[in-house]
Ligand binder design. Structure first.
Ligand code: SAH
Ligand code: SF4
Ligand code: F3S
Length: 472
């Protein structure tokens, strides 16, 4: 039996990492990876439930794959990830040609379940326990991941890697599906994280991005009662040779402590880049979202960052059109964006998620057109700020880690000549410049000539050759 697998990943960095693990596992079981669904014996969709649109896209993609299945009934179709956990049996109802449904905490079962489906045992499903379907420990165990199994060839680039330090979330923001799909918050043991980071460094990772839903709330309680927090974890990881940059997402505003900020300041490998979503600039809305802070708390955090890490770049997420959001509430969000001058913000229109507190208790009363207008307005304010701040960098030199050709670069790539390359600064700013593929994975100095709201445009800084005595 031929074992070709195709995996399609949508959603956040957690899903990118999960797909990397599943592929590593399947390769160990004799599978090879192919580039498209039509060449594959098994097609896996790694899915996201964060907004309805993300799910609808997946269901329509599954609708298209149905034709493939009709042509070749032996083709196995699997749905994994957050939508698998959230919808469970509903996936089979909405897409009857799906053979396999596996939640993010059960990904290690995929090779066995694929064997069962292919061996004629019918549909298979493996999901984690619901938030009330067992003892605390049983629920937590059922959501645990199997991160040390990794496959470097599945990474977006060989020199960048994600490293999960925290599973799940216990914040239960009223709009959010993640505490249900990913289960209880669990910090992974620092020894495990350290060992994994060392392996990543040996495999050539120069930049690691630590992942958690509220990554700066990271805590691990040891058997002797001592606790490792985010600041201590960063200090430990900083020692590892080969790793030159450490980033982490996503931060929770209330846990951005002075101690953590001072640690970031004192550890040169840790990027002075903080993604700390505010979600709204209105106290009433924040309260209905159950975010656990006020605008004043958030601004106090911004003041701490400004004082301890004045060079840091800050980014945010916002939800517009949440239940009961008035025009006045929305204008407060606009004000917050103006005060914080974010490097960038991701702006989302509120989408009701079944199973969340907001879906049960609050009315989705902001019309779609109003959500869309607020989205456009907030984005325009954010983009104008980003452009102004990026233009201030024109004339300076920044150091980037080169990631590879830009989209434009790929189009022009017909050999080894100059193409547009893309890199990122320590502060996570995107820089494009003319270069060549061999530069990917290198740190380079780029002189900035121009800027837009999302991108800096520069050129490789030519090194001046200075005569240094005996060395020349
Ligand atoms: N754990 C992270 C975010 C995870 S989800 C945090 O708390 O910051 C990524 C973003 O999706 C959120 O920050 C939020 O802005 C958005 N989001 C989450 N649920 C949403 C919903 N129901 N509708 C619209 N946007 C949502
Ligand atoms: Fe969702 Fe809130 Fe947890 Fe972020 S902190 S994952 S928004 S519940
Ligand atoms: Fe989506 Fe799950 Fe990530 S819902 S955003 S894939 S944690």
């Amino acid at each position: 039996m031929s074992n070709r697998v195709y995996i399609k990943t949508v959603g956040c960095q957690m899903n990118v990492l999960d797909s990397e693990m599943v592929i590593a596992d399947l390769k160990r079981h004799g599978y090879t990876v192919v580039d498209s669904a039509d060449q594959a014996d098994c097609v896996l969709y790694n899915t996201c439930s964060i907004r309805e649109q993300a799910e609808e896209k997946t269901y329509s993609a599954l609708g298209i794959i149905r034709q493939e299945k009709e042509k070749d009934p032996s083709k196995v179709i699997g749905v994994m990830g957050c939508m698998a956990q959230k919808d469970q049996e509903l996936v089979f109802k909405r897409a009857p040609y799906v053979d396999l449904v596996v939640g993010p905490g059960q990904l290690h079962t995929i090779p066995t379940l694929l064997d069962k489906v292919r061996g004629g045992e019918g549909r298979q499903m493996a999901v984690s326990l619901g938030r009330k379907s067992g003892s605390q420990l049983e629920i937590a165990r059922s959501h645990e991941t199997f991160d040390p199994l990794r496959d470097p060839t599945m990474r977006p680039t060989p020199f960048q890697a994600y490293l999960r330090i925290q599973i799940g979330c216990d914040k239960f923001c009223t709009y959010c599906v993640v505490p249900n799909t990913r289960g209880p918050e669990q910090g992974r043991a620092p020894e495990q994280i350290y060992a994994e980071a060392k392996i990543l460094a040996e495999q050539g990772a120069k930049e690691i991005t630590l992942l958690g839903q509220t990554v700066n709330s990271y805590r691990f309680k040891h058997e002797d009662g001592t606790v490792t927090d985010m600041a201590s974890l960063l200090e430990q990881l900083h020692d590892i040779d080969g790793i030159q940059r450490i980033k982490f997402v996503t931060n929770y505003p209330k846990d951005m402590t002075e101690r953590l900020l001072e640690t970031i300041r004192d550890l040169p490998k840790v990027s002075p880049y903080l993604h700390v979503p505010a979600q709204s600039g209105s106290d009433e809305v924040l309260k209905r979202m159950k975010r656990g802070y006020t605008v004043a708390d958030y601004m106090a955090m911004m003041e701490r960052i400004e004082r301890i890490l004045p060079e840091a770049a800050i980014s945010s997420d916002f939800i517009v059109g949440f239940c009961g959001e008035t025009e006045e509430d929305f204008q407060k969000t606009v004000e917050l964006v103006k005060r914080c001058r974010y490097k960038n913000s991701f702006i989302f229109q509120y989408s009701v998620r079944p199973g969340t507190k907001a879906s049960e208790r609050l009315e989705d009363d902001v019309p779609r057109v109003v959500k869309s207008r607020r989205n456009v307005e907030l984005l325009a304010v954010q983009d104008a700020i980003a452009k102004e701040d990026n233009l201030k960098l024109v004339g300076t030199t920044v150091e980037v880690l080169v990631e590879g050709p830009s989209k434009k670069g790929v189009k022009n790539d017909e050999g080894d000549h100059i193409i547009q390359m893309i890199g990122r600064t320590h502060c996570d700013r995107i820089v494009v410049f003319d270069g060549n593929r061999r530069q990917a994975g290198q740190f380079m100095s780029i002189h900035i000539d121009d800027a837009s709201s999302h991108t800096l445009v520069g050129r490789v800084k030519t090194v001046e050759v200075v005569s240094i005595g005996s060395l020349v």
